[in-house]
Design a protein around this ligand. Structure first.
Ligand code: URP
Ligand code: ZN
Ligand code: ZN
Length: 475
């Protein structure tokens, strides 16, 4: 039987504004919005009092890696633990990266990811495809996935030679295919060939601590790769191109230039690049910095100069829309036994950290400190990710007909992040001690309350696979 839920007294927030409205949910979708007082005669099975709360569309995190194989181990969250943690943090949709390992048939890689996720997710989910080898068969598979599988975005790597790396010829061919079929190419832009030389030289000098992971991946090599990718996309016919996990001013400048030239170029950043630094986290004493080893690395605190840092530029990019999305690149590894694989050699530390639970809170700190508007918080965390990856208006907006993925956010509550209280399957927190102004209070996923009153009410298997359309931003 379809249940009706009425959310009363809150302020509904979308990219265009914040409006006091009541929200009626009927079954799995939003049925109606009412001006204050106008829902007086409406009957519902449940009434949720949202007085003093923001009512926002559930978060859409388009960059997660549940169980990603990396460096001889696997990311420590599976789809059950990772989606539950996401829900705790107000994220109601993830798009995870299915993996075609080099030499593997693309469709087999996709089937393996369905097997991992099917029946295990607490929230809805979609897939991108990591292309571990661009050849004739893989190019044909791209057409098939777009036309038949609801997988419309493909990640290529200019980094990690010998693992996920594609050379410029492979990238160009995949881009030409995407120009034809409308798919979005997602690019990990770091010059991996040059980085591997610098890393080997550092290890040979005995520079093996985690901080050398950052020092051997300079921001100029992210900027160079970003430029090269935009040129390849231009040559391939204005291919839709989306840069993942952007960390550096030099890279952002390339995106700004391409966008000013009217190209289909987009980018995301992640909370770690907005807040954390090479000196403060990656440079922590001893092996502690391994907790923050990810690629691209955390950037130096005062670059590119003391008046303007990478972090300042990224916040500016979020305001101007040169950065359209905040995702997490959630790729957790426990410190014990996983990060420890790199003791004595930073190149062996599995790359990644866990943030899927904290994205809405961490970006909201931009609102709390005046760096970002309330509307832009919702736009970068929910609405634009949904549109960028072909899920709008099913996801990313509170309006009649959309899925009832809804978060009640209390701007007056405060929390402190800690591994002792988080729900991700990691034995440490990259955000330990971070004080958060605001709190995810109640979360609905397709009309079902999954988080309320400090408890989880969802279940593994509630989440459904989302067949996605093409990006809705293409020019
Ligand atoms: O360090 C990272 N980012 N790990 C996940 C894999 C990737 O490159 O996104
Ligand atoms: Zn990447
Ligand atoms: Zn990633």
């Amino acid at each position: 039987m379809k249940m009706k839920t009425l959310i009363t007294g809150g302020t509904v927030v979308g990219p265009l504004g914040a409006t006091p409205q009541d929200v009626l949910v009927d079954g799995e979708t939003i049925a109606a919005l009412y001006a204050p007082g106008a829902a007086a005669g409406v009957t519902a099975d449940t009434v949720i009092d949202a007085t003093g709360k923001y009512v926002v569309p559930g978060g859409v995190d388009v960059h997660t890696h549940m169980k990603l194989p990396f460096g001889g181990t696997f990311a420590s969250d599976d789809f059950a633990s990772g989606t539950k943690a996401a829900a705790w943090g107000g994220t109601t949709t993830i798009i995870d990266f299915a993996v075609q390992r080099t030499g593997e048939v693309v469709q087999d890689g996709l089937a393996a990811w369905h097997a991992l996720a099917d029946g295990n997710c607490a929230i809805d989910y979609g897939f991108h495809m990591i292309m571990g080898g661009v050849d004739d068969d893989a190019l044909k598979a791209m057409d098939y996935l777009v036309a038949h599988e609801g997988v419309t975005s493909f990640k290529l790597f200019m980094a990690y030679p010998g693992v996920f790396y594609s050379d410029d010829g492979q990238i160009l061919r995949a881009m030409q295919k995407a120009t034809d079929n409308g798919a979005l190419i997602m690019m990990h832009a770091e010059n991996g060939i040059a980085i591997d030389v610098l890393a080997a030289q550092a290890v040979a000098r005995g520079q093996t601590d985690p901080i050398y992971h950052g020092l051997t991946r300079p921001s100029a090599l992210e900027g160079e790769a970003t430029h090269r990718a935009t040129v390849l996309a231009q040559v391939a016919g204005n291919t839709p191109l989306y840069f993942v996990h952007m960390s550096a001013s030099e890279a952002l400048a390339q995106v700004s230039a391409a966008r000013s030239a009217g190209r289909n170029v987009f980018a995301e950043t992640c909370p770690q690049y907005l807040y954390l630094t090479l000196e403060d986290q990656l440079g922590a004493p001893g092996f502690e910095g391994a907790k923050w080893v990810a690629s691209p690395p955390l950037r130096p605190r005062d670059e590119p100069n003391r008046d303007r840092t990478h972090r300042d530029d990224l916040w500016r990019g979020l305001r101007t829309d040169d950065l359209a999305v905040v995702s997490t690149d959630h790729c957790p590894f426990c410190f014990k036994d996983q990060k420890e694989l790199g003791l004595g050699d930073f190149t062996k530390i599995p790359n990644g950290m866990g943030t899927v639970e904290h994205r809405m809170d961490l970006v909201y700190q931009g609102v709390a400190t005046g760096k970002l508007s309330l509307e832009r918080w919702v736009e970068t965390c929910s609405t634009t990710p949904a549109r960028m990856f072909g899920l709008y208006p099913k996801k990313g907006v509170i309006q009649p007909g959309s899925d009832a993925d809804i978060v009640l956010y209390d701007p007056r509550a405060t929390t402190t992040i800690s591994a002792a209280t988080h729900h991700m399957n990691i034995d440490y927190s990259a955000w330990e001690g971070f004080e958060i102004a605001g709190k995810v209070e109640t979360v609905l996923s397709r009309g079902s309350v999954v988080v309320a009153d400090g408890a989880f009410h969802g279940r593994s298997g509630h989440g459904q696979f989302l067949r996605r359309g093409l990006s809705q931003y293409l020019r």
